[in-house]
Design a protein around this ligand. Structure first.
Ligand SMILES: NC(=O)C1=CN([C@@H]2O[C@H](COP(=O)(O)OP(=O)(O)OC[C@H]3O[C@@H](n4cnc5c(N)ncnc54)[C@H](OP(=O)(O)O)[C@@H]3O)[C@@H](O)[C@H]2O)C=CC1
Ligand SMILES: O=C(O)CCC(=O)C(=O)O
Length: 525
């Protein structure tokens, strides 16, 4: 498959004339081949008009048709072959094994949503049969199902060029829900985006769907990105990136004449809580696993463990010493873009210059565009008095907070911003303490895990990859796992509709054979 640098609109490709975008090899700083053309306002307008026109026929497709479409997208991505991996490696500096794994995850997500569609649970079908003789008032016949919101805007993420980008989780869940998708490619990997976008376009064609079901736009500035979220025909959006951009786009979504849901996954420092018995029994043994999680992908994961909390004393000192030893040997990691590398270096410098913060260790010096792991420590009183110490430093930097006692540790927990994950390291003897902390932890994070680290999000049915602000803009949702489909659906009640008008999911005979809640009880097909 050839990369042309074009926009993908209306089932075809056309050059964008709204400015030029070049991919950069972050390991050399060299500009890669192919110039990508940014979209103009006219391109944006056409992509949104086509998405709006496609919405009716696309949402009228059966769940089975959409399931086959998602499986076709997965097959077409696989069919791109090694070209996809080679281009993604050049554009992101991520290693082959990681990208091959990410491609598998991307295809797995698409297939998971195909399964979700066939299962029917996403419809949340409910029937409260009429009770004409109920006193004092009769009950009407009420039936409920979920319907899609409408065209969805998706922003590709820099740090997951496949699984959180053009055909990533946001796109897969929106398409599954019955929503056409207009993707804004991340400028850090435009060629990878085009290859995947072409695969989606081929799947749209192969499945006989309207061309407006999918479009891919590049943006040479921020005007098209903002215009996409502002466009009246877009009814929801998914985003992964910085707090700054996430908030700017949330403001656009909320400032429209018709505000829309904007699902932004933003910053999280993923606290790791080292409970006293775990520190005592195996503080030093936790160190290598922690450093592995910290340095994975040069720390460029939103689930990266950026904060360690423990009670000060010899056990925490032993953990710090063991960690420092491992970090000192850790090779530097390739950062995704020169901008992200610069932001990381700046974040580390700001931490180092913060009064009361001490550098415990740093990793090996790196080459061009690489970031080295750095570990800092601070006492809890300083942490509590210095709000910017909670800011995400995107990369392999982490801060150990030393609390005087349990009371101060609890105070630190209470002061934390919202997180994607909180990890607790504990022994059986810590169970009572962990039980006491759990009500706080579950209010702070979308996922609480024990004796592990939050990196490597499992794609499944019980996963929440979300959390209170600022980890996301809407803590009621997830961007990973099958629950993600609910971001792009809304419930509709049908009251006293004649049988001839009832949607197929709600007809008495249950022709789709799906589980439904009838008169309050779940009735399996
Ligand atoms: N927590 C996490 O998971 C992640 C955090 N980050 C953080 O973001 C920083 C920058 O990385 P990056 O991936 O580029 O993320 P950004 O959040 O800066 O950008 C994400 C997307 O939003 C667009 N964008 C940025 N600002 C605006 C705006 N004001 N209005 C409209 N669109 C906008 C970008 O386009 P353009 O680039 O053309 O401006 C890009 O397509 C990192 O250093 C890190 O701190 C990044 C990735 C993941
Ligand atoms: O760790 C993962 O698998 C997902 C992390 C993520 O969502 C991110 O870094 O943006």
């Amino acid at each position: 498959m050839t990369i042309t640098g074009e926009l993908l609109i209306d089932g075809g490709a056309r050059p964008g004339t709204g400015g030029a975008i070049h991919a950069v090899d972050p390991s050399t700083g060299a500009t890669l081949d192919v110039t990508f053309g940014g979209a103009t306002k006219a391109d944006l307008d056409e992509a949104c008009a086509l998405a709006a026109a496609a919405f009716g026929p696309y949402r009228a497709t059966s769940p089975e048709q959409r399931a086959v479409f998602l499986e076709t997208v997965a097959a077409k991505i696989e069919a791109i072959g090694d070209d996809l991996i080679v281009r993604a490696m050049a554009e992101t500096g991520l290693p082959r094994a990681r990208l091959e794994g990410e491609r598998g995850r991307t295809m797995g997500q698409l297939k998971m949503f195909a399964g979700v569609l066939r299962d029917g649970g996403w419809l949340e079908a409910r029937i409260d049969p009429a009770q004409p003789d109920r006193k004092p008032l009769p009950r009407p016949d009420l039936r409920l199902r979920n319907v899609p919101l409408g065209p969805v805007a998706v922003f590709g993420a820099s740090n997951f060029p496949l699984a959180f980008s053009v055909a990533g989780g946001d796109t897969a869940s929106a398409l599954a829900a019955g929503c056409p998708v207009v993707v804004k490619a991340h400028p850090a990997h435009p060629g990878t985006s085009e290859l995947v976008g072409r695969a989606v376009q081929e799947a749209v064609k192969a499945c006989g769907l309207p061309s407006g079901v999918f479009a891919l736009l590049h943006d040479a500035g921020i005007e098209i990105s903002q215009g996409l979220v502002a466009d009246a025909r877009i009814k929801a959006a998914g985003f992964t990136g910085s707090r700054r951009a996430g908030l700017a786009l949330t403001a656009v979504a909320q400032g429209r004449p018709e505000p829309i849901p904007f699902y932004a996954e933003m910053s999280s420092i993923n606290p790791v809580l080292l409970l006293p018995n775990a520190l005592k029994a195996r503080g030093a043994a936790i160190a290598p696993d922690f450093v592995a999680a910290l340095t994975q992908g040069a720390g460029q994961f939103c689930t990266n463990p950026g904060l360690i909390l423990g009670i000060d004393g010899p056990e925490l000192d032993a953990f710090l010493a063991a960690t420092a030893e491992v970090i000192a040997k850790a090779p530097a990691g390739q950062m995704l873009t020169p901008g992200i590398c610069k932001a990381y270096t700046g974040g580390v410098k700001a931490l180092a210059e913060t009064s009361g913060v001490t550098e415990v260790a740093h990793g090996l010096e790196g080459g061009h565009g690489q970031g080295r792991a750095t570990l800092f420590s601070v006492d809890a009183a300083t942490f509590l008095a210095t709000p910017h110490l909670q800011d995400e430093v995107f990369g392999a930097a982490s801060l150990v907070v030393r609390a005087q006692d349990l009371a101060q540790l609890t105070q630190v927990l209470a002061a934390l911003e919202g997180q994607l994950t909180i990890a607790v390291h504990m022994e059986e003897a810590d169970t009572d303490l962990a039980r006491a902390l759990l009500p706080t932890l579950e209010l702070k994070a979308g996922r609480v895990l024990v004796n592990g680290f939050g990196t490597g999000v499992e794609v499944g049915h019980a996963m929440v990859h979300g959390g209170p602000f600022p980890s996301t803009s809407d803590s009621r949702s997830t961007s990973v796992g099958s629950l993600a489909i609910f971001r792009f659906l809304r419930p509709v009640s049908y009251q006293n509709l004649p049988a001839a008008l009832l949607p197929v999911e709600l007809q008495d005979a249950n022709p789709l054979g799906i589980a439904r809640r009838v008169d309050g009880k779940v009735v399996l097909a």
